[in-house]
Design a protein around this ligand. Structure first.
Ligand code: FES
Ligand SMILES: [Fe+2]
Length: 350
């Protein structure tokens, strides 16, 4: 259950530097590599000779050489050469639109005719001197929509992440959810509370007192196909909270690109773009490590939840008020899938 006519994050640039990468995105086995001008290429991970995965080969002068019998694949999915063979009649393999932008490689697994790079999710902080970014990748054996539920309902922080970002005020404060077109926003504001360990560290890093009461916010934004950007931060209490002056607050954006691998497995590109001390690579690394640990705490819960749902496929689940963000996000996804199917049917009929 995922839209295919959409830009998904497929990998990071370092994953394809000097070597091909095989990765399944939305049930499509794809090989990513760099062509002769360094441009990103995405092709079916299938050698037309005997079906070996091209990703097991290597890149020579911008061509992908199959690791089995040396077929040379060009960037357009057509065979360029093969030792001692004439390749003119070789069937081409499928090529996918792919773009490198904002420090990520994006791929469009659906109809190439509809792939417009202008529709890639805009990241205003990427490459901006006032912001720093650090992140990582996890493979998770769960339906990516369980991760959307997880990120659109941060109540779980109190329980899953009790030692770092969790605090009881989170589940004592009711979130509000609203839908703006295809975007779903769930917000929670907690005023006059004490900062949990992560935010103490951030306050300290920004030269602000860590032992004073703060106003804390979490604004989770789902946008299609499956991105969740969460604005998080704390301001010294009574200075305007989210709207406080930059000198009185620390804030960042928790970045989550949830890319389906199959119906029940996913790639989780996680990270944090922060708006404090951007020129401190050691802080970037410390936050990255801390966030990696926090997010690893979700993995077991999600994978075991997935197994339970497979074991009891007909069980009805509850949708409480805290679940509104995930429920609304799923509705947007369902709407997009329905539109995609209707478009495909109309296209076939025309
Ligand atoms: S399978 Fe690729 S060259 Fe034979
Ligand atoms: Fe979590």
């Amino acid at each position: 259950m995922f839209p295919k006519n959409a830009w998904y994050v497929a990998c990071t640039p370092d994953e394809i530097d000097g070597k091909p990468l095989g990765r399944t995105i939305c049930n499509e086995p794809i090989v990513f590599f760099r062509g002769p001008e360094g441009q990103v290429v995405a092709l079916e991970d299938f050698c037309p000779h005997r079906g070996a995965p091209l990703s097991l080969g290597r890149v020579v002068d911008g061509k992908l050489v199959c690791g089995y019998h040396g077929l040379q694949m060009g960037c357009d999915g057509r065979t360029v050469a093969m030792p001692n063979q004439r390749v003119r009649g070789f069937p081409p393999v499928r090529s996918y639109p792919a773009v490198e932008r904002y420090g990520f490689i994006w791929v469009w697994p659906g109809d190439p005719a509809q792939a417009d790079p202008a529709r890639i999710h805009h990241l205003h902080w990427a490459g901006h001197p006032e912001w720093a970014y650090g992140g990582g990748l996890y493979h998770i054996r769960c339906d990516y929509r369980l991760m959307i539920d997880n990120l659109m309902d941060l109540t779980h922080e109190t329980y899953v992440h009790a030692d770092s970002i969790g605090q009881k005020e989170i589940d004592e404060t009711t979130p509000t959810t609203h839908v703006e077109g295809d975007e779903v926003v769930t917000s929670r504001f907690m005023n006059n509370i004490s900062a949990p360990p992560f935010w103490r560290m951030a306050l300290r890093g920004a030269g602000l007192p860590e032992d004073q009461p703060v106003d804390r916010w979490q604004i989770c934004r789902f946008s299609p196909p499956s991105h969740v950007m969460i604005e998080v931060g704390v301001a010294l209490a009574g200075r305007g909270g989210y709207h406080a002056d930059n000198k009185d607050k620390v804030y960042s954006i928790v970045v989550d690109f949830l890319t389906p691998e199959t119906e029940n497995t996913m790639w989780y590109f996680w990270g944090m773009a922060r708006h404090f001390k951007p020129d401190d690579p050691e802080l970037t690394e410390a936050i990255r490590k801390g966030q990696g640990k926090i997010f690893s705490e979700d993995l077991e819960m999600l994978e075991r939840q997935q197994r339970n749902l497979e074991h009891w496929p007909d069980r009805q689940l509850l949708a409480l008020n805290i679940d509104a963000g995930g429920v609304q996000s799923r509705r947007v996804i369902e709407r997009l899938i329905a539109a995609e199917r209707a478009g495909a049917t109309a296209g076939a009929a025309a």
